[in-house]
Design a protein around this ligand. Structure first.
Ligand SMILES: O=C(O)c1cc(=O)[nH]c(=O)n1[C@@H]1O[C@H](COP(=O)(O)O)[C@@H](O)[C@H]1O
Length: 274
């Protein structure tokens, strides 16, 4: 199932949620009773997915957590993506891999996530320029999520530099010539809430993937206040604060409770700001 802009808007409307659950799964952080099972990562993810699919609209497995485990980890990544898309095809699946290279190489990255696997979207670092992003955009029914203003402290090192225009503003303005809001989204960290007004001047309609609430301390209500559009235009991600909300046999229910808390706040923010 292809996920178009309007499909995403419909999901948000139906579930009254713009929550993206980050599947940053690490064995040492999951409940002890799962540690010894050979497919611990997938079993953990499956439980979290089954417990949250009706209150979230997206999942974002970050490939680093899977690649760190070699072949077995990548298998768990594949299984997770395939499970989501077969059981809950309406869910938006973001592979968070922050790719981007010379065109000939980006083409292979695109195949890995969009042909070998049915991911809907991929995070991409835009800093090698148009020809490094273009191969991802040739997959017309897939999404590219460009890093614009990231949530970490180091965001100031490069993204905030520049005289008239900051680097992140250049990323937004230049990339608008590559594709529109039907295919391009941007990463803007929740920890940069005061910048959402500026971001919206450059990309008034685009969806923004917003990590940084929960464990990194960003504010959901500030993000909605300054970043929400009439179509919502936000996917707010939380990883650790949801998936590790509990550490016992009831970890999936604990994750659901945490996700539900966020969804309820999202429902009232949708009423207030849209
Ligand atoms: O692209 C991302 O998703 C991302 C960009 C960014 O600026 N900051 C950021 O935290 N992320 C990712 O979002 C997730 C945040 O996880 P938590 O801090 O546990 O909610 C991780 O997978 C990060 O790699």
């Amino acid at each position: 199932m292809t996920m178009k802009y309007q499909d995403l808007v419909r999901q948000i409307e139906k579930k009254q949620s713009f929550l993206c659950v980050g599947l940053d799964t690490a064995v040492e952080k999951m409940p002890k009773h799962l540690h010894q099972t050979p497919d611990a990562i997938f079993r953990f993810n499956k439980a979290i997915i089954d417990a949250t699919h009706d209150i979230a609209v997206a999942y974002k497995p970050n490939t680093a957590f899977y690649e760190a485990l070699g072949v077995a980890g990548w298998q768990a990544f594949e299984e997770t993506v395939l499970y989501i898309k077969s059981k809950y095809p309406e869910m938006f699946v973001i592979a968070d891999a922050k790719r981007g290279d010379i065109g000939n190489t980006s083409e292979r990255y695109a195949k890995a996530f969009f042909e070998q696997l049915p991911c809907d979207a991929l995070t991409v670092a835009p800093y090698m320029g148009s020809d490094s992003v273009q191969p991802f955009l040739t997959f017309k029914d897939k999404w590219v999520i460009l890093l614009a203003l990231t949530s970490n402290n180091g965001a100031t090192d490069f993204q905030f530099t520049g005289e008239e225009k900051k680097l992140f503003e250049k990323v937004l303005d230049t990339s608008k010539n590559w594709a529109d809001e039907q295919q391009l989204m941007y990463v803007v960290g929740a920890t940069q809430a005061e910048m959402f007004t500026t971001i919206r001047k450059h990309v008034p309609k685009s969806f923004l993937l917003v990590p940084g609430v929960g464990a990194q301390g960003g504010s959901l209500s500030e993000v909605a206040k300054y970043g929400m559009t009439k179509d919502c235009g936000l996917l707010v991600n939380a990883s650790r604060s949801i998936i590790y909300a509990g550490s016992g046999h009831d970890f999936a229910e604990a994750a659901r409770a945490e996700a539900k808390k966020m969804q309820q706040e999202m429902a009232s923010l949708l009423k207030e700001y849209r």
